[in-house]
Design a protein around this ligand. Sequence first.
Ligand SMILES: Nc1ncnc2c1ncn2[C@@H]1O[C@H](COP(=O)(O)OP(=O)(O)O)[C@@H](O)[C@H]1O
Ligand SMILES: [Mg+2]
Length: 292
Amino acid sequence: MADALTLERSASAHTNAKMQVVNLVKRFENAATGQSMEALSDINLTVQKGEFLTIVGPSGCGKTTLLRILAGLIEPTSGQVLLDGVPITGPSPTLGFVFQSDNLMPWRTVWDNVGFGPEMRGERKKDYAPRIEHLLELVGLEGFAKYYPHQLSGGMRQRVNLARALAIEPDVLLMDEPFAALDAQMREIMQDELLRIWKETGNTVIFITHQIDEAIFLADRLLILAARPGRVQELMDIDLPRPRTLEIKRTPHFTEMADHVWHGIERQVRASIRHEQFASGAPKRSGAELAS
Ligand SMILES: Nc1ncnc2c1ncn2[C@@H]1O[C@H](COP(=O)(O)OP(=O)(O)O)[C@@H](O)[C@H]1O
Ligand SMILES: [Mg+2]
């Protein structure tokens, strides 16, 4: 049954735009050849306040580029990104990032890694310390505050990474394949935890993944990006009830949606494999990951 927060989220979903992408185009110029490549072509998208949007698409379709533009880390060639209705011109303190590989500082303890953002912002330690303690609890690492990254498993490091992104209390959490390096079981645990944290914090999440089941399990809406040039192929409502447990992945409706997404991108994934093989001169990978 839907709880109050879920109901409030779906009600506000129709009125509250958090991020808007308007006629976004990104071209990369190759200085050596003088050629230009269109990575993203006329993307239009509105992400609602409190929404969980996931993005899938074949390798090289521009997912990371889109996220970096949303983060204000790179500029679009044309078009705009609005955050709370205001055009973004650079990295915003209200946006948190989690990338595929953790960016933990090996010489800092877990506690000091999580506290890095507030420390850099000049907050007083006694003000942000309770927040760090709470976040360590939230990600299940309260007993590991004094550990160093090399003493932790991959899953634990990725949870520190998540806590670190949350420590700046972001309105929007941008995540680029954050669980890709984890094994299947750890990934499922992290998916579960991320939903729990999202519910507790109420922030907006934009989450890139190449795992179709992960994209469906987490999402309110799922965006399929098409490749060369990157463009919106389909935006799907994921109408699964919340809270979700992992068993939902085995229901017929879930499987139908996963088949639908796979059929939507299979041809492109196969084309991108050929493209990569052509570009590198050797076979690099199979489409199995996206098929799973
Ligand atoms: N800094 C860059 N300079 C030139 N080309 C780039 C740059 N970043 C990405 N690209 C190209 O843009 C396309 C999209 O890349 P990317 O956003 O990383 O795709 P994805 O994350 O979906 O795999 C690719 O063809 C990639 O080679
Ligand atoms: Mg990428």
